[in-house]
Each structure stands twice: as structure tokens, then as C-alpha cells.
Design a binder for this molecule. Structure first.
Ligand SMILES: [Zn+2]
Length: 217
């Protein structure tokens, strides 16, 4: 059975990977995770460096916003996490990062294209919202809205992205593939290409498999 300690280990691993991969610089970005069906989640503490996360770097916060233990100061983006968990009962992990290609392309009003099968499989589709002040309920609500139809990746204008999933590892893979798709789109644009995307037949195939209730990649 999964425990809070397992979630902390998974989040700490995701933090090391995010920083090592350049998806965020040091303490920018924040994570949360909860046990399936639970009404409390672990949220990284304010100012915590993502590549050195230890158990003391997590606050335990109720989905109603109440502090239930752990670090006294959860991330200033705690509302963003709580709104995502509340919007999607199936979601147990939220990864919020500041990936540079993703933020830059969106700010320049370029659509991030899913070009490889990995991009299509992990991201499927992404939504974008305009810039709103960090740490506000307004931002949290706006970022949670696109999640309601099953979208798992949301780009926050001039700021970063949030990726959600039913595991920390999958949420991380979604965020990493969104940034890779953005980097690939950036390079394609440099080469003068404005149209190339993953074959639509591949996307249709994975959606068909999903509807049939099977999984895997
Ligand atoms: Zn942020």
C-alpha cells in the first residue's frame, strides 16, 4: 500500500529530475501529491529547493485549505494545487514547473505542437490560460478549469505549466514531454516549419485504446 513516505520519495525523485533536466531553476516550481481518494495532500514548502527535497520540506494540507501538519508554510502556490485536486478526483499528483521553452513559445503566441509519439502519448493535449498573479485564487481557479474535461497539461501565461496525473511519475513525464514538445516546436520554427505534428492516426489510435479501457505504451 502506498504511504505518505512513498509519495515524498516519488516527489523528491521528480524534483531531482526536474532540476537536472533544466525544467526549473532551483526553488521555482512546486509539487503536491495525495493518496487515492484522500482529502489531504502533501505540498512542497515555500522556498523548498526541488533537487534537495526531504520529508521536512512538505506541508500536509487539507483540500479545504486547512493546515494539517508538517512544514508550517506550504508553497505560495498551494491554492493552484488544491484547486487541481478538487477539480479532478482521479488526480493524485500535480507538478508545477517553469519550463523555459514552454513559457517562451506561449508568450510569443505560438501553439506548442505535439510532434513525436511520446509528446502525443503523454501530453495528448494542452490548454493555456493568460497571465494572472502568482499565488492567487484567481490563478488557481483559472488553471483548474481546463482540467475538468480530462486535459492534463495547462500552460500558465508568462509563468509556467501544471501537469496532473494519477501518479507522481506520470505527472512528471507529462510536464517533461510538454517542455520537450515546446523545445521541438521551437527548433521546427527555427527551420521554418510551422505545420508538422504527430500523425493524427497515432492520436486516434491511443484514444481508441483508452476508450476500450486498455493502457500501456
Ligand atoms: Zn510558479
Amino acid at each position: 500500500m502506498t504511504t505518505h513516505r512513498d509519495l515524498i520519495d516519488a516527489l523528491a525523485l521528480a524534483g531531482r529530475r526536474a532540476v537536472a533536466s533544466g525544467l526549473v531553476i532551483g526553488s521555482g516550481g512546486n509539487f503536491s501529491a495525495r493518496l487515492p481518494g484522500d482529502d489531504v495532500c502533501l505540498v512542497t514548502a515555500s522556498g523548498a529547493w526541488l533537487d534537495t527535497l526531504v520529508p521536512d520540506d512538505f506541508s500536509v494540507v487539507g483540500l479545504d485549505g486547512s493546515h494539517r501538519g508538517g512544514h508550517p508554510s506550504p508553497s505560495s502556490e498551494v491554492a493552484l494545487h488544491l484547486a487541481a485536486h478538487r477539480a479532478r478526483p482521479d488526480v493524485t499528483a500535480v507538478i508545477h514547473l517553469h519550463p523555459q521553452h514552454c513559457v517562451l513559445l506561449d508568450a510569443l503566441d505560438h501553439r506548442i505542437r505535439l510532434i513525436t509519439t511520446d509528446h502525443a502519448y503523454y501530453v495528448r493535449r494542452s490548454a493555456r490560460i493568460p497571465w494572472l498573479p502568482s499565488g492567487t485564487q484567481e490563478l488557481a481557479d483559472a488553471a483548474a478549469e481546463p482540467l475538468r474535461d480530462g486535459t492534463n497539461c495547462v500552460i500558465l501565461g508568462h509563468h509556467g505549466c501544471s501537469a496532473v496525473a494519477d501518479s507522481v511519475e506520470l505527472a512528471y513525464k507529462r510536464a517533461a514531454n510538454l517542455e520537450e514538445a515546446a523545445a521541438a516546436t521551437y527548433r521546427a520554427l527555427q527551420l521554418g516549419d510551422t505545420t508538422t505534428v504527430c500523425p493524427p492516426a497515432y492520436l486516434a489510435g491511443i484514444e481508441q485504446v483508452e476508450r476500450a479501457g486498455a493502457g500501456g505504451h
